[in-house]
Structure formats: C-alpha cells, structure tokens
Design a protein around this ligand. Structure first.
Ligand SMILES: *[C@@H]1O[C@H](CO)[C@@H](O)[C@H](O)[C@H]1NC(C)=O
Ligand SMILES: *[C@@H]1O[C@H](CO)[C@@H](O)[C@H](O)[C@H]1NC(C)=O
Ligand SMILES: *[C@@H]1O[C@H](CO)[C@@H](O)[C@H](O)[C@H]1NC(C)=O
Ligand SMILES: *[C@@H]1O[C@H](CO)[C@@H](O)[C@H](O)[C@H]1NC(C)=O
Length: 423
C-alpha cells in the first residue's frame, strides 16, 4: 500500500554516558556523565530520498564519526539532551492506521484503540534543549564540516552519500541514537523553498507544497496554473478532489512513513523522536500524530489541513508535538499568501495556518521589532538570533522559553467552501 520512497537515513552512535567510572578513568577523553534526565546521542546514519523515490541510508563508522580515520578508539563526545516525560498515544499497529484511514475516506467511523503512555521526550522548556535540537536539524542541510555546519561533536569525515549533493531536493537528515539504542532522534530537512537569494527551485517540490499547504490547488488567481483541478468557481472547492489529488500525487506523507518504518526496523525497541525544520517539521508532525512519536518542529507550515485531507486518525492528545516558531516567519504563521507575497511571486501558495500540538512562539515582531519576511524563515536565523541568547520576554516570567500556546480554535481557509461541488 505504501508508495516507494526515496529517503535515506543515517545513523549515529551514542556514547558512553553509562560507562562505569573505572572504564571512564582509563579513557582520558571520556566525558563526565551528563546531568540527570539527559540522554547522550551520537550520530549513527545519514538518510536521503532521491527522485528515484527510494530511501537511502549511509552508516557512520562504529564508534562515532571520525573513528574511521583515527587510530584512537575513543569516539567523539555525544550530544547531551535533557529529557522530560511526555504523554503520547500510539496506534495498535500500522495496519490499524491504514484500515482507519480507508474507512474514514469512505465516510465511516475510524476509531482507533490508542495506547496511551508516558515516554521520555526532549525537555522543551529548556532553551539549551531547543538550541541543540535546532542545530541538529540545521545540520541536516549540510555535509559535516561544510560551511554552515554546526559542530555538535568532533570534526566529521564521512563520504558524500546519495541524496546529499547540494542540489538534491528530497528529504534528508541524520539518525542519532543513544548508546543502548533506547532512544533515537531522526532529523529531517525540508524540501527546497526558494528563499530570496537562492535555493534550487524544483517543480516537484512546488507541486508538493502547493498541494499540501494551499486551500484549493494553489489557485491563487485565475492567472495561476493550479496543481489540481478542484476549483469550482467563486471560492468553492471540491473536497473529494483535493483529497484525491493529495493522496495520488504527493509522495510527502508516504515517504515519511517509509522512513519511519525503516528506522523502526533498524531500532525495533527504540523510543523515536522526530525533529524537523520547515517542510521537514510539517512531515515530523504528521509522523508524530500517526505513530505517537515526540516531535519538535521548527518553523513548520500548518500541517493540520493536510492531515485531515490525508484522513489521518486523530490521537487523543497531541501534547507530544512541539512547534517552535517566531512571529516574523510568514511560512509558520501562514501569512505568505496572495499573489504579491514573496511566496506568491515565487509561485508558492502556503496558505495553511493551523498546527497540531503545543506551540512555543517567539514574538520577534513585538520583542525584536522584526518585520515579517521570508528571509527570517531559515533555521540559522532561529539559532543565531533567537535561541543562542536568553529570551528576555520569557525570563521576565521566570521561564527559559515562551510559555506553551495552542491553536485549538484555528480554522484554515475560512473564506473557502468545500463540498461536492461541480462546475
Ligand atoms: C568545527 O570544527 C572544525 C574542526 O574541529 C573547525 O575547523 C571548525 O572551525 C569548527 N566550526 C565551528 C563553526 O566552530
Ligand atoms: C545499536 O544498534 C546498532 C545498529 O545501528 C547495533 O550495531 C548495536 O549493536 C546496537 N547496540 C545495542 C546496545 O543494542
Ligand atoms: C525501507 O522500507 C521500505 C518499505 O517500507 C523498504 O522497501 C526498504 O527496503 C527499506 N530500506 C531500508 C534501507 O531498510
Ligand atoms: C515582549 O512582547 C510582549 C508582548 O508580546 C510584551 O508583553 C513583553 O513585555 C515584551 N518583552 C520584552 C522584554 O520586550
């Protein structure tokens, strides 16, 4: 039932947080154990999808990056991330989800027997946690050591795997894991969005983005070539038509499902976290609500409408999903709309505004006097200008990061009418 995909994952290896102290004493470079409630992650694999719609994984050498080229058996230091318990809901099986989606598409009830449980997730109330996760996600855009790469551990020396050429546009990222393989963090870079001043513009991505995040086939004006033929005149849109187009023409979600399944095969007993930026963040959220995985999504476009169009079952709670964004980013805020916007000029209609889960919103418009611009969307902006220093507005309230918000009353595309309209 799944479409073939083209993601490749890599893995990393974790370190020696739990090394007995006698052993640690014999390893002069071994680090002290991390503070309580932290997990140590090491890079294990790289992953990428290519236009051939396949997932590729490249392993990093055992013992951590750098081990292959080094005579030392001491692996590079791990990334230590603080954790906190979070409530998730997992579906009984992938087959049960597929069945529920199938029934929902036919208008039947699709209740699932969710298994609710507390798992360890990243402690998103800590600025340092968000900063580390943002850097891990940012690195999904770069080969180790390339300009733009954030050093998480040691210098890395790995070959360029499939899907990692600068112009490759599919999903890609890294797989990090703890030493005992109990927790795995999957990072996902989005497909290309043409930021002002660069980025490859790939028609396939534009099709995906416009199918997923526009109200009605990205028919912004009569002058646009819509990505599907569901417009029925006068703010009317055929609902079945937009759902069919999304399910038939977009590999976005099935690609992510295959990627996630691949990771569960590699790490059958792991608690899997998914971290993404932009489209990678939207994909992370869709996978997180499907599988009950803790998610941190940076600057994601609104994915709730896509989830409904894909007929994903609704879990009892979405508190395991955390969105982190700032108010000057028109993609996360869903304000990059209209033919004269920077998105519109580039041929994108990213019109959705509603997200699942919790939201940590940095009000850069008010607190930093930023103006709303597409150039504030990149993860590097979030790292350098927001997360790298204390956030005064949160500290005023005795917090490290802004307090959680929700969008439970959000409505997408309110000016549109959806139904079984004909022309
Ligand atoms: C990352 O590490 C490498 C090698 O240790 C070093 O040359 C480079 O300057 C570091 N980059 C940053 C941004 O710190
Ligand atoms: C963790 O998973 C890796 C595969 O990525 C495997 O080689 C290793 O033996 C596993 N370690 C443990 C402690 O299960
Ligand atoms: C990933 O999963 C897909 C199907 O879910 C499978 O066809 C493919 O061989 C797997 N790839 C790897 C590298 O495990
Ligand atoms: C930040 O903006 C909020 C309004 O969103 C305001 O209440 C707060 O005082 C501001 N804090 C700082 C430090 O600018």
């Amino acid at each position: 039932m799944l479409l073939p995909i083209s993601l490749a994952n890599l893995a990393l290896s974790i370190l020696s947080k739990f090394l007995p102290s006698e052993v640690a004493e014999h390893h002069p470079h071994a680090r002290p154990p991390p503070p309580n409630n932290a997990l140590d992650f090491r890079l294990r694999h790289m992953h990428a999808t290519t236009s051939s719609a396949r997932v590729y994984f490249a392993d990093l050498p055992p013992g951590g990056p750098g081990a292959a080229s080094s005579t030392s058996d001491i692996a590079s230091p791990p990334v230590s991330i603080r954790t906190s318990p979070m409530r998730t809901a997992r579906p009984p099986s992938f087959a049960a989800i597929a069945r529920a989606r199938y029934m929902s598409m036919r208008g039947q009830s699709a209740a699932l027997d969710w298994d609710e449980d507390d798992v360890l997730g990243p402690d998103v109330t800590r600025r340092e946690t968000l900063l580390l996760l943002a850097k891990m996600t940012s690195d999904a855009y770069f080969m180790p050591g390339a300009s733009g790469w954030y050093n998480l551990t040691d210098e890395w020396n790995v070959g360029m795997p499939v899907g990692w050429e600068p112009d490759d546009d599919g999903f890609r990222g890294y797989v990090f894991a703890t030493e005992d393989n109990s927790t795995v963090a999957l990072t996902i870079k989005g497909t290309s969005i043409p930021y002002i001043g660069g980025g490859p513009t790939i028609e396939k991505d534009k099709l995906n983005d416009n199918l997923l995040f526009s109200c009605c086939c990205a028919r912004v004006t009569s002058g646009w070539t819509p990505v599907c033929d569901c417009f029925r005149g006068d703010w009317k849109c055929n609902q079945e038509c937009v759902e069919t187009a999304l399910i038939d023409d977009s590999l976005f979600y099935p690609t992510g499902v295959n990627l996630y399944n691949n990771i569960t095969v590699m790490y059958p007993n792991a608690n899997i976290w998914i971290i993404g930026h932009s489209l990678g963040g939207a994909l992370a959220s869709l996978l997180g609500i499907t599988f009950g995985a803790p998610v941190v999504a940076f600057e994601p476009p609104g994915e709730r409408m896509a989830a409904q169009r894909l007929h994903l079952p609704s879990p009892p709670s979405t508190h395991h999903i955390t969105n982190v964004w700032h108010t000057a980013d028109p993609i996360a805020m869903g304000t990059c709309t209209g033919k004269l916007s920077t998105c519109g000029v580039a041929g994108y209609a990213m019109e959705s505004q509603c997200h699942f889960g919790n939201i940590i919103e940095y009000d850069t418009v008010t607190n930093l006097s930023w103006s709303v611009r597409l150039t504030t969307h990149p993860i590097a902006t979030v790292i350098e200008n927001i997360l790298s220093k204390p956030w005064a507005a949160a500290e005023e309230q005795g917090l490290e990061v802004p307090s959680i918000k929700r969008q439970d009353d959000c409505v997408d595309c309110f000016q549109w009418e959806y139904g079984n309209f004909t022309l």
